[in-house]
Design a protein around this ligand. Structure first.
Ligand code: SAM
Length: 472
């Protein structure tokens, strides 16, 4: 039985409820009266239920899809302004005991080089990342209780936070590791992590079990209930995601929104972020062997509908996507992107030899961080290296309250400008610096509160004089 408040995976992600939702959506996909009423509901900015959102996803009327895009663009502007938060992944270890059929780190892969960074290697990687200008990382690791126990992950987090090289610092470490226990989540929380990210991969239980034939990840309930344990362990920023291409996208979309509804119903706070990865070519993985790949058009529609359906949830796009796809979906509601990523274990400090690649998947956007920053500013976006919220204790419902209170423009906007200024002073090429200085000048006007603007101007000056790390 479907129950969003249940703590049992199969009740809050209920297969029958998803099938009913898809049938309802299919039978109403040309019901323009209903569709318009849903769009009107969306305009209230309180989000949409999985049922309503699924009707919009089923609708293939070009004009209405354009309306959805326009609304997503409007929401993006109103909730996130023109800021785009920057991050990079850092792969710690690709030792893995699971059998995920889409991932080259699966246990049966005997030829991929297995690597685990030592603390010394982490130091080199982090310095390389700091030297690009990164302030926020997402750490990634395979699941292996012997090679990558929680103690190893905690030690790595500690090392990462402790490295201060020139003006560099990693100020927020998000963590993407396999589902674990409440006790371990508490340890991650105590280590000062930002968001705990775990992709569901697929919400379809039967497919999930086939796609994860062996290893601890085979357990659908344990994986699906992980976010509840993370929240019980005190982590209130959690990041959801589906690996698009594994199952039917309409099924996944309904499941994703049901998961968000469940977190809201049980913990009073929805997901902090949603990621939308698509399967990519990798070592022994050929994406064309998966039947459910989605086109760029469907991908954009999904992004727009996520934006409309969960307006207060950040959306993340990685370098799995090309420059042109990223360009399209940033407009539709993406709030965070990675730049200059390496998906191998090591590779920032020193490039890996091609024939010994430990990469998890091929990236489509290979530009440097400076190029990505320049490109964003050319499109009038503000690349933001801000990490203030969780350092100020604005996590979970406190962050959501900030979003809802419209104070974001007096808080996130100046923080974006201040951290961009640091980037321009310390890492940017002359061309990027020039463009950035002009952008900051222009964007100061968009801080509504005169006092906040004044403080921001003062702090920008202090950054020029050599001080760092100001935040609202
Ligand atoms: N091992 C951890 C786990 O089990 O959740 C998480 C880290 S894994 C490095 C990060 C994510 O990469 C996975 O959750 C999966 O969705 C994604 N991934 C795996 N193989 C991929 C591929 N071939 N193409 C694109 N993304 C992939």
């Amino acid at each position: 039985m479907y129950n969003p408040k249940s703590l049992k995976a199969e009740e809050f992600i209920n297969h029958e409820e998803i099938l009913d939702t898809l049938a309802y959506a299919e039978s109403n996909k040309d019901n323009y009266e209903l569709i318009h009423s849903i769009i009107e509901k969306a305009k209230e900015r309180k989000g949409l239920s999985h049922r309503d959102a699924s009707v919009l996803l089923a609708c293939d009327n070009e004009e209405i899809i354009q309306e959805m895009y326009d609304l997503a663009e409007q929401f993006k502007k109103d909730f996130y302004g023109n800021r785009i938060v920057m991050f990079a992944p850092l792969y710690l270890s690709n030792y893995c005991v699971n059998g995920c059929v889409y991932c080259p780190y699966h246990m049966k892969n005997k030829h991929i080089p297995r690597k685990k960074l030592t603390q010394e290697e982490i130091k080199r990687e982090v310095i390389a990342l700091q030297d690009m200008g990164h302030k926020r990382l997402a750490i990634e690791a395979g699941e292996d209780p012997v090679n990558n126990p929680i103690e190893y992950i905690l030690e790595c987090i500690n090392t990462i936070y402790s490295i201060q090289h020139k003006n560099g610092a990693i100020r927020r470490v998000n963590v993407n590791i396999a589902a674990t226990t409440v006790e371990n989540y508490r340890k991650l929380k105590d280590a000062g992590i930002g968001t705990y990210i775990l992709f569901q991969e697929t919400y379809h239980k039967e497919s999930y079990e086939k796609l994860h034939p062996t290893g601890p990840k085979h357990n659908y309930a344990y994986h699906t209930e992980a976010m509840d344990r993370a929240m019980d362990g005190g982590i209130d920023d959690v990041g959801l995601g589906v690996l698009f291409g594994l199952e039917l996208y309409k099924y996944e979309f309904a499941g994703l929104l049901m998961h968000a509804e469940h977190l809201e119903a049980v913990h009073g706070v929805g997901p902090h972020t949603i990621s939308v990865p698509r399967i990519k070519r990798a070592d022994d993985i050929d994406p064309s062997t998966f039947d459910n790949g989605i086109s760029d058009e469907i991908f954009a529609k999904l992004c727009a509908l996520i934006r409309i359906s969960v307006p207060y949830t950040g959306m993340i796009i990685s370098t799995r996507e090309s420059k042109s796809v990223r360009e399209k979906v940033i407009r539709l509601g993406v709030s965070q992107i990675s730049g200059a990523s390496r998906t191998s274990v090591g590779g920032y400090a020193e490039a890996e030899p091609e024939d010994e690649s430990s990469a998890q998947f091929d990236v489509s956007d290979n530009r440097t961080l400076d190029e990505v920053v320049h490109w964003l500013m050319d499109m009038k976006y503000i690349p933001s290296f801000c990490t203030a919220c969780y350092r100020e204790g604005r996590t979970g419902d406190r962050f959501m309250a900030l979003c809802k209170s419209k104070q974001i423009q007096n808080c996130c906007h100046p923080n974006a400008l201040l951290t961009l200024k640091e980037y321009l002073m310390d890492y940017a090429s002359p061309d990027t610096k020039k463009l950035g200085e002009e952008l900051i000048e222009r964007e100061l006007e968009n801080i509504p509160n005169p006092k906040a603007r004044e403080v921001c101007i003062e702090n920008l000056k202090k950054i020029e004089e050599g001080q760092r790390d100001f935040r609202f």
